[in-house]
Write a protein that binds this ligand. Structure first.
Ligand SMILES: [Zn+2]
Length: 338
């Protein structure tokens, strides 16, 4: 099957009360690991690429790898999503490449660093929605800013999402999914102590979901940073200070309250790096890249399998017939006429 609409994946997840992991990729082994686990666990899945990943893969390598994934795993509904588009141009170029979903992150200006104002965010997001929905492509917006910096993207400041403003934002932009800032951060160093209710504003998710029951919520920066993965890196020569991620239990609470897309990047990076370090340390004469990329792929698979099961998407790959982007386009234009 071709790459599918993210909107449909999230609509189905809402019907089934589960979440869908959105995993960041920039190379073949990551994509293979995601797809193999999706098949083993029968999971619909979102694969996403940041601007950095797009330039690293020169776009065409990425899109052809994803087409290969769709061809080799025809029973798996898989959406390809642009993570943190910094401008309408970035989102439109992703759509031209064949992405089936884009995030217009208008919470920051085009530099990807400076927090923007509300009217700017509404304007650029609305523009992307009009262009994307005309071809059946899904749009995620963001209100509030996350902490941390991801692939050079981020202001480093945290502004939690205001629930009342979220209602106005969704009404004025027509987005399919809303990324909410609840105190999570990008990267491996999210919290310097285990996060509790004070640092992680889960109550905000409940409040936003109550006001916007039909808008799919997105949690960014939702790696759990498992201590054993950090320990493996450090055991084999790494130097990572202790850190705490978002406990899976908190994500599951979010899923009970409207979170349908959960972004996970760091955990797979940690797994990959640890596995490579282990081989290079234990077998210093080895020089075939496959000798460390195969274990790296296996280590990432373990992370993806755990998350797909914990988020609840496992077992749902065959629940529905994926719609084409043309069908999605018709759905969007019908809803405008209503
Ligand atoms: Zn993010």
């Amino acid at each position: 099957m071709p790459l599918v609409s993210m909107r449909q994946l999230l609509d189905e997840a809402a019907l089934g009360s589960y979440g869908v992991g959105a995993f960041n990729v920039n190379n073949m082994e990551q994509i293979q690991a995601v797809m193999e686990v999706a098949r083993e666990t029968e999971s619909p899945v979102i694969v996403q690429a940041s601007r950095g990943a797009r330039s690293y893969t020169n776009d065409r390598f990425l899109i052809h790898l994803m087409w290969a994934a769709a061809e080799l795993y025809p029973e798996i509904p898989v959406a390809l999503h642009q993570d943190h588009g910094n401008s309408p141009e970035t989102c439109l170029s992703a759509i031209e490449q064949g992405f089936t979903s884009v995030m217009m992150d208008g919470s920051l200006l085009e530099d990807g660093k400076t927090p923007s104002d509300f009217e700017y965010n509404v304007r650029v997001t609305r523009e992307v929605v009009e262009r994307a929905h005309a071809t059946g492509v899904t749009v995620e917006g963001e209100l509030g800013t996350l902490g941390g910096i991801e692939d050079g993207h981020g202001s480093g400041e945290v502004h939690l999402t205001d629930p009342e403003q979220a209602v106005e934002f969704v009404e004025r932009t027509g987005i399919d999914a809303l990324a909410v800032a609840i105190g999570t951060s990008h990267g491996a160093y999210k919290f310097s102590k285990p996060p509790d209710g004070e640092v992680l504003a889960m109550n905000l998710i409940r409040e936003i979901h109550e006001r916007l029951p039909r808008t799919h919520l997105v949690m960014h920066g939702s790696s759990s940073v498992p201590p054993e993965l950090v320990a493996t890196i450090n055991e084999f020569g790494g130097e990572m200070p202790p850190s705490w991620g978002v406990p899976v239990q908190e994500i599951q609470t979010g899923i009970e309250h409207g979170v349908r897309k959960i972004n996970v990047d760091t955990d797979a990076r940690l797994a990959m790096t640890g596995a490579i370090r282990r081989v290079l340390a234990e077998e210093p004469s080895e020089f075939d890249p496959r000798s460390y990329l195969k274990p790296a792929r296996a280590a990432m698979k373990a992370v993806y399998a755990e998350r797909m099961t914990q988020f609840g998407q496992a077992g749902h790959a065959n629940d529905y017939e994926p719609k084409t982007l043309d069908q999605m386009r018709d759905t969007y234009s019908a809803s405008i006429q209503d």
